[in-house]
Design a protein around this ligand. Structure first.
Ligand SMILES: [Zn+2]
Length: 284
């Protein structure tokens, strides 16, 4: 049996691009520090809207395959080598936005049996034995069905792994402190005239924004800002980057955060932590 690195971080995301937007700096930092960083992506995002006009002919499985390539390039930029697709490639299809008919498709992730999907993730947990797992809150950060489902599957998989002999010491949800988001959007409004975006998004468009007191953990990824921006650029069908801002397919500018924030929801930690592994015993 090959020996596992002392620190092991597992991230659970809905689509290719979510890892880079939410946790790119964190992933690059821990990978650079020698931790094992494992990403599980639940769908290939084959219903995503494509930004570059020359790539808009990509839809369905062709878009999924293309986005898989974008994910590979993004992870190369982050220095992350362990990436999995939940249940194997193509097991779960992308769902649409809440309330759309796409979510009735029996193959979409929103229709997945949570226990079955969590079983696939529990297998990964039992293999990798992460001390830390990162995912979204129970609203998926902003209400997208695949993000809500990724949350449910991740939280259930932690329970299943527990029953089968591996306890994940700490579980975090992705967050942005309201004061940080508000300050960043104030700056953005001032700089908008010189940005390649016509309009700005607003604080309400940013997933996971909560009152500052709910933040337990701040990961300074400033040293890995370039890696995060490169990873986001690799998702060219989904993201347009103009540092320190970016836009999704709605073309609304928003801040690109290189310090990333978390709320500890399982395990013990101190408010004001600056390391996801704080207090974790680094044993196999
Ligand atoms: Zn997503």
């Amino acid at each position: 049996m090959t020996e596992l690195p002392a620190r092991r971080l597992l991230l659970v995301h809905a689509h290719p691009d979510d890892e880079s937007i939410n946790n790119g700096a964190t992933m690059a930092r821990y990978a650079a520090e020698g931790a094992r960083v494992t990403l599980v992506t639940c769908t290939l995002g084959e219903r995503g809207e494509v930004i570059p006009p020359e790539l808009r002919q990509l839809t369905g499985p062709a878009l999924g395959a293309h986005r898989r390539g974008e994910l590979t390039a993004a992870l190369r930029a982050l220095g992350v080598t362990d990436a999995r697709l939940l249940g194997g490639a193509g097991r779960y299809g992308d769902s649409g936005m809440m309330g759309t008919a796409d979510n009735d498709d029996p193959d979409c992730f929103w229709q997945a049996d949570v226990d079955e999907a969590a079983g696939h993730l529990a297998e990964v947990i039992l293999e990798v034995r992460p001390q830390v797992l990162v995912t979204y809150d129970d609203n998926g950060g902003y209400g997208h069905p695949d993000h809500i489902q990724a949350h449910r599957v991740a939280m259930r998989a932690v329970e299943l792994a527990d029953e089968r002999g591996h306890r994940v010491a700490k579980v975090y949800w992705n967050r942005v402190p309201r004061s940080v988001a508000e300050a960043a959007f104030a700056r953005l409004r001032g700089e908008l005239p010189v940005l390649p975006f016509d309009e700005g998004a607003s604080v309400g468009d940013v997933p996971g924004v909560v009152d500052d007191e709910r933040i337990t953990t701040t990961v300074d990824g400033t040293a890995h800002a370039a890696a995060k921006a490169a990873a986001m650029r690799a998702h060219a069908t989904q993201i347009e980057v103009a540092e320190p801002y970016f836009a999704l397919s709605n073309a609304l500018a928003q801040p690109l955060f290189t310090t990333e924030y978390y709320e500890l929801v399982r395990g013990t930690g101190q408010r004001g932590e600056t390391d996801l592994f704080a207090g974790v015993e680094e044993a196999a």
